[in-house]
Every structure is written in structure tokens, then in C-alpha cells.
Design a protein around this ligand. Sequence first.
Ligand SMILES: Nc1ncnc2c1ncn2[C@@H]1O[C@H](COP(=O)(O)OP(=O)(O)O)[C@@H](O)[C@H]1O
Ligand SMILES: [Mg+2]
Length: 268
Amino acid sequence: MRQTKIDDFLELEKENKKLEKLVAIEVEKNRQKDKIMFQQNKMAAMGEMLNNIAHQWRQPLMELSSLFIPIQAKLEINNQLSKTQLLDSIERLNSITKYMSNTIDDFRNFFVNDKEKVRFKLSDQINSSMGILSVGLKKNDIMLDIIIKKNPTLYACKNEYTQVLINIINNAKDVLIHRQILKPKIIITLSEDEEFAILSVDDNAGGIKINNIEDIFKPFFTHEKKDGTGVGLFMSKLIIENNMNGKLEVSNTEKGASFKIKVPKKLA
Ligand SMILES: Nc1ncnc2c1ncn2[C@@H]1O[C@H](COP(=O)(O)OP(=O)(O)O)[C@@H](O)[C@H]1O
Ligand SMILES: [Mg+2]
């Protein structure tokens, strides 16, 4: 009797081990599947993006290729060309190429493979972004206030975070300039709650003036802009919500728009 119990026990142990192995194999299989799916997803997204870029570029390319035809014709026929006409064409050329370059930048930054996660203080992030942004802000007399209520640590991809921050601040800058706001101002506030490190960007440009405010996160949604691509906020939302498990929120305040980047805090 006793012996059988031990035998049973050993048998059970054996079965357990077998099961554990099977589970481990299945888990690994699933992980591989996830990986493949993630890759496929990314490839599909990339394909879609390339299509979109091609689509987005067709029009400006056509315009570029015909931009100088009248000038060429004039020169060939009578050698006469007004300075204004040439300057107009050059200005148009600059605007078109700027638009094309914006499109590519917006897309590229999302697909670069530099996705290493690191630990960093929220305030570090402001410093590195300001290096890129401060000239443009100063040039347009835009005041920047930084309020540090809390300075939590995150564990995330720094490049992507910077990218989002730059997108949001650049948008605020664009609107402040476009609407010719008196005393233009951007306020960045660092804080935290139980779960998230929170960075808010507020401006005094009058807010987002469309019916459904969430539309700004749709791909290619652009409004009131000459060179807008409509990619920036779409990418930003993907980065924060899909890659970082966070939230990107928007609302209108009395003075303007308010964006909140919420990323889970690094567990100590
Ligand atoms: N701070 C803001 N104030 C008002 N409108 C904004 C603000 N930020 C973004 N928007 C609106 O959201 C739109 C989408 O932004 P985005 O995705 O970055 O594309 P783009 O800047 O190329 O137009 C902008 O065209 C603009 O109309
Ligand atoms: Mg933008």
C-alpha cells in the first residue's frame, strides 16, 4: 500500500514535469507567434506608410516638375523674366520641398530601430528637447514656462519620448504663429499621479477649433496649416499608447489647447 502511494506520487511528479515542459514549449511558441505578429504588423504598417508617402508626394512632385516650365519658356522665347516671378517660384519650391521633407521626417522617426529602453528623469527630457526647440521659440518671441511639481523617473525609449514632445510643442508653436497670438506662451508642467509620470503642454493659442477634438489623432488630419502633414499626432499617439502603455490626452482650456503625456512610472 505504502509503496503504491510512493509510486503514484512519483508517477504524478513525472506527469507534472511533462506538463510543465509542454506548457513551456507552448508559451515559447506563443511568444514567437507574438513576435512574428508584431513584425507582420509593423511590416504592414510600413507598407501602408510607404503607400501613403508615395500618395502624399505625387501632388508636390507634379507641382515641382512643372514649377519652372513657364520660366524656362520665357527665357527661351524672349529672354525676359521678372525678378518677382523668379522669386515667387523659388519660394514655392522651398515650401513644397519643406512639406516633402516634413512628411518623411514624421514617418522615419517612428520606424528607426533605436528602441532601447532606458531609465531617465522627466526633467532630463525637457533639456534634450529644448536644445532642438529653443531657437525656433525664441525667434518667434514665444515664452516658455517650465513648472516642475514632481520629477518622476521613467523607463522608456528616450528618443521616442522626445519625438512626441517635439511634435506637440511644434504644433503649439505653429498655431501660436499662425493665429498671431499676442504674448504667445507655452507652459510645460511635470507632475505625477499614482500610476503615471505626467507631462502637460499648455498653450494660449485659443484651442482646437474642430467639432470632434479627437480627430487630431487621425492619420493625415491637418487643419489650418499650409505645410501640415497630419502625421505628427497620429504617430505620437501610437508611440505613447502602443509602445509605452501610456495615454496621450487632449483638451481645450480657457486659453488654448492642453496635451497630457502619461507614461507609467518606473517601478522602483
Ligand atoms: N496646440 C494646438 N492648438 C490648436 N490646434 C492644434 C494644436 N496641436 C495640434 N492641433 C491641430 O491638430 C492638427 C494635427 O496635428 P499633427 O498631427 O501634428 O499634424 P500637422 O501638424 O502636420 O497638421 C493640426 O493641423 C492642428 O490643426
Ligand atoms: Mg504637427
